[in-house]
Design a protein around this ligand. Structure first.
Ligand SMILES: Cc1cc2nc3c(=O)[nH]c(=O)nc-3n(C[C@H](O)[C@H](O)[C@H](O)COP(=O)(O)OP(=O)(O)OC[C@H]3O[C@@H](n4cnc5c(N)ncnc54)[C@H](O)[C@@H]3O)c2cc1C
Length: 466
């Protein structure tokens, strides 16, 4: 069995199939694993993530994958999400003693960046989601409706949209509200914040991302398989309705009974021969899946400027500040007294054309506004990492372009956050796609097995009535 692509989709498919007894040969074009969720070493020896990645309690398959590869202890979970606006108003989201869906009520009522009118409008929209158990009738309109339209129909105040819905959803879905299918937005609130008490808990890696995948290679090799780095697939050969082989540099060809293509959709579109697009119509329109950007800004200060592990900023270009020194427990960055912060800006279309120094100046001013201690501190160095195609864009109706993991081409299976998983482009979506691809391989081989993990079950009052 051949897996092409060593991101989370390929790794999760490879590990699951190796555990099911298959001889897995994984080929990754880069010199390291992890794809879009990875880290590397700068010339000065500093380990940096390509961008901060976080998971949520509702990401059950990613959690299962980390457990399978022995990485679960490298994720720290936090129950308290802190928000701050430029006027210094702060608010926290945290579960109290009440059962779901009332568990956040205490922190919501005291959340000072929102007015009473904002809160009333938010509460009525959340009630709508609850009544429909994560679904509302207008989500089924042909072609989907945008999240902004969904919010306008529910008469959300400007403050509610800008300081609540937009803040949560642009980070979770990497797209602006007017370009997001409301189905994804409603799902985030149902699975993460309403249906149970733990779905919102935020998991943050305590190590550079690449270290999370150490166990994958070991697991595949322990079961007789191999992980090959710096091995880009250059062509797919097709014959008589089946994949015949994949070709590497120098004309080397490898063949197998089954192939899982776990590369980004743009990369697959370039590799696909015309015959495959003709045979499998779901692969003929991959260019309709658009992408959206994320920018990460890394700052190293000469002293401590922040104590919290992370904070969400309201009304600024910078959306999140992560205190990497605290999260890594001092293992990386800034020397003993210094501090390493990582800032995240999702759907960062406006920054794509801006020069690096302009982005540094803008974000530094915002950090100094938010963190008074940073005003006196010296910025030792800064790095900006722009990921122009960070995720697929969850635009209204995008699901119709997302192919299933099993195709009509014999031996050809697909994985990747962009395939049909029901989830947006996330690490959870990528692992789901890998597990679904592995299930499809086993099903076609006549040895069906369930690998996909169930969603978190509704609990509290929601569990009683759902
Ligand atoms: C900046 C940024 C921030 C993000 N933040 C979050 C977050 O906080 N939480 C979250 O859940 N998700 C986040 N995501 C999304 C998440 O990283 C992705 O959804 C997930 O990693 C996608 O995994 P994948 O395996 O589907 O694809 P990829 O990670 O893209 O893996 C595909 C792999 O295929 C390889 N490949 C491509 N072509 C070939 C070829 N021809 N031959 C061999 N190999 C090939 C690539 O090198 C790559 O390793 C973020 C993404 C980015 C970019």
């Amino acid at each position: 069995m051949i897996v092409i692509g060593g991101g989370l989709a390929g790794l999760s498919a490879g590990v699951a199939l190796a555990e099911a007894g298959w001889h897995v040969r994984l080929f990754e074009q880069r010199p390291f694993l992890g794809g879009r969720a990875t880290s590397y070493v700068l010339p000065d020896g500093e380990h940096v993530d390509n961008c901060q990645h976080v998971t949520l309690g509702c990401c059950t398959n990613l959690e299962d994958f980390y457990r399978r590869v022995g990485a679960q202890d490298k994720i720290k979970y936090f129950d308290r999400l802190l928000f701050q606006d430029p006027q210094g108003h702060t608010g926290a989201m945290q579960a109290g003693l009440l059962p779901a869906p009332l568990h956040m009520m205490g922190s919501f009522l005291t959340f000072s960046p929102l007015t009473m009118a904002d809160k009333k409008s938010i509460a009525s929209a959340l009630l709508d989601i609850l009544r429909g158990k994560g679904h509302t009738a207008d989500l089924d309109e042909p072609g989907g409706i945008s999240m902004l339209e969904w919010l306008r129909r529910r008469k959300q105040t400007r403050g509610a949209i800008e300081r609540f819905w937009r803040v949560v959803l642009v980070s979770a879905l990497d797209e602006e509200l007017d370009r997001t299918d409301a189905r994804f937005g409603v799902d985030v609130f149902w699975k993460g914040f309403l249906s149970n008490r733990t779905g919102y808990r935020m998991g943050v890696p305590a190590v550079p991302l690449a270290e999370l995948y150490d166990g994958c290679k070991a697991e595949i090799e322990r079961r007789g398989g191999e992980v090959n780095l710096r091995m880009p697939v250059r062509a797919i050969h097709y014959r008589n309705g089946a994949v015949e082989s994949v070709e590497f540099d120098g004309g080397r060809q490898e063949s197998a009974e089954a192939y899982v293509f776990a590369v980004p959709h743009e990369a697959l579109a370039e590799l696909l021969p015309a015959e495959i697009k003709q045979q499998e119509p779901s692969l003929a329109h991959l260019e309709n899946i658009q992408v959206s950007p994320i920018t990460g800004v890394h700052f190293w200060f000469d002293r401590e400027v922040m104590q919290e592990p992370f904070v969400t900023l309201l009304d600024t270009t910078t959306q999140w500040i992560f205190n990497k020194t605290a999260l890594y427990a001092g293992r990386n960055g800034g020397g003993e007294k210094g501090q390493y912060l990582q800032l995240v800006i999702s759907a960062s279309y406006d920054l794509l054309q801006k020069p690096r120094q302009e982005i540094v100046d803008l974000c530094l001013a915002e950090v100094r506004q938010a963190l008074p201690a940073a005003r006196e501190a010296k910025l030792l160095k800064a790095t900006v990492i722009k990921e122009a195609a960070a995720t697929f864009s969850p635009q209204p109706g995008v699901d119709r372009w997302r192919p299933r993991q099993q195709t009509s081409v014999r031996g050809m299976f697909l994985a990747g956050d962009w395939t049909d998983t029901g989830w947006p482009a996330t690490m959870e979506g990528a692992v789901r796609s890998g597990y679904l691809a592995a299930e499809a391989v086993l099903r076609v081989a006549g040895k069906p097995k369930t690998i996909l993990q169930p969603d978190l079950q509704p609990d509290g009052l929601v569990g009683m009535f759902a």
